[in-house]
Design a protein around this ligand. Structure first.
Ligand code: 13P
Length: 252
């Protein structure tokens, strides 16, 4: 079995100025020292990427964007190309977060194109999937996750699974304080892993990293990480505070 390195990613969403991002990463790096057993990633808004990448150099912390567009350049007002991100030293990109799907109309087809584009540019995608409360109540969680994983990975090849991260984020758990139970997170993350292997081939089961996201805190990260199919976490609110994010990384 391949040992998958745990990954803790902080999604800052629409928070923090460049100066705040710079200060955060310096403080986090000092607080964590050298941690090698866990990969730590922060995802500032586009405007903070340059400052945060600069602050992260030599620290072991790496940086994600929260979105990208798949074209390389051109008349796409308001969009940011993958090469623009890599030229800043960005290494990861969150794709298809539920807020982008729900508020900005991103479809599985859009997600698939963005995932392909990221991989073409050596940006590692963190593709988000997850069901709504209504879907869960209707017993449609499995169907929803299978569909999102299958469609989102439509243009990914078998050999790329090691570059891929899929974050299971049940929408009812995001920003609500209602974390999935460790058993529910395990069940869904196992399902996601199985479906990735279904799409990309059996070897992907060992190499793809599957994260849980949704009201992760220093208090629940330990139980979540003890689940076999949870390789890390995508953290929203608790990633905005140095101390709570540092404790989450340490406990992972
Ligand atoms: P919270 O941790 O604030 O629930 O947000 C989760 C999330 O959406 C991370 O991408």
């Amino acid at each position: 079995m391949v040992a998958r390195i745990p990954l803790i990613a902080g999604n800052w969403k629409m928070n923090k100025t460049p100066a705040e991002g710079d200060a955060f990463v310096r403080a986090l790096a000092t607080r964590l020292g050298t941690i090698e057993a866990v990969e730590v990633v922060v995802a500032p808004p586009f405007t903070g990427l340059q400052a945060v990448v600069s602050a992260s150099l030599g620290t072991g912390i790496t940086v994600a964007a929260q979105n990208l567009f798949w074209e390389e350049r051109g008349a796409f007002t308001g969009e940011v190309a993958p090469g623009m991100l890599t030229s800043l030293g960005v290494r990861w990109v969150i794709i298809g977060h539920s807020e982008r799907r729900q508020l900005f109309g991103e479809t599985d087809q859009i997600v698939a194109r963005k995932v392909r584009s990221a991989l073409n540019h050596d940006l590692r995608p963190i593709m988000c999937v997850g069901e709504t409360q209504e879907e869960r109540d209707a017993g449609m969680t499995e169907e929803r996750l299978v569909s999102q994983v299958t469609k989102g990975l439509a243009h990914v090849t078998a050999g790329e699974a090691g570059e891929l991260v899929v974050a299971y984020e049940p929408i009812w758990a995001i920003g609500t304080g209602r974390t999935a139970t460790p058993a529910a997170a395990q069940e869904a993350c196992a399902l996601v892993r199985r479906q990735v292997a279904q799409v990309l081939g059996p070897a992907a089961r060992e190499t793809v990293r599957v994260l849980y996201g949704g009201s992760v805190t220093p208090d629940n990260i330990g139980d979540l990480m003890r689940q076999d199919d949870v390789d890390g976490a995508l953290v929203g609110g608790a990633s905005l505070d140095v101390e709570s994010f540092a404790v989450i990384a340490e406990r992972a």
